[in-house]
Design a protein around this ligand. Structure first.
Ligand code: HEC
Length: 143
């Protein structure tokens, strides 16, 4: 009886020590495969916007957009801001691209920036980023 228990616990021990390296390797591979922050991006994509879409948020969003974003994206997000010409590759049409993105992704891109776009997570509050997200949505050609 004691012999069986001993064997069982030895098996459990070996199973534990087998599982951990496998789990660690998976995490490592996942981390490497995620080329930086893919996991964070995917998680951010599904974040709901807590700021209701409406006149108040759009007024705040518009003011923030003119202050921080217009120089590249242009007043209506067409990519015709004064600094757009200085960026290699120019600036695309945010009015169209914003319409294809989920709100969580728009907010993530504003917060973390992209290759040629600066990050705003240190200079804007999260609520301001959501107001901007609403404003970016309002630029869509159909609205
Ligand atoms: C220095 C110039 C610059 C500034 C300032 C800037 N952006 Fe951008 N932004 C870009 C560039 C370049 C891209 C890459 C895609 C493109 O060419 O439009 C981009 C991409 C984006 C995208 C993602 C579009 C996509 O299809 O992936 C969003 C959303 C966005 N900007 C919003 C903003 C907002 C909101 C602000 C202000 C808080 C801002 N940007 C400020 C240059 C800028």
């Amino acid at each position: 009886m004691a012999e069986i228990e001993k064997r069982q616990s030895a098996w459990q021990r070996s199973r534990r020590s087998l599982v951990n390296p496998i789990a660690l390797t998976c995490l490592l591979l996942l981390g490497l495969g995620c080329s930086g922050d893919l996991a964070a991006r995917l998680e951010a994509r599904d974040q709901p916007n807590p700021i209701p879409y409406g006149a108040q948020s759009l007024t705040r969003g518009r003011a923030l957009f003119l202050e921080h974003c217009e120089r590249c994206h242009g007043p209506r997000g067409l990519g015709d801001g004064p600094d757009a010409a200085t960026l290699e590759g120019g600036v695309g049409n945010l009015a169209e691209r914003g319409a294809a993105l989920r709100e969580g992704s728009i907010a993530y891109k504003i917060a973390h920036g992209q290759e040629r776009m600066p990050a705003f997570r240190d200079s804007l509050a999260q609520d301001e980023i959501w107001d901007l997200t609403n404003y970016v949505r309002s630029l869509a050609p159909s609205s």
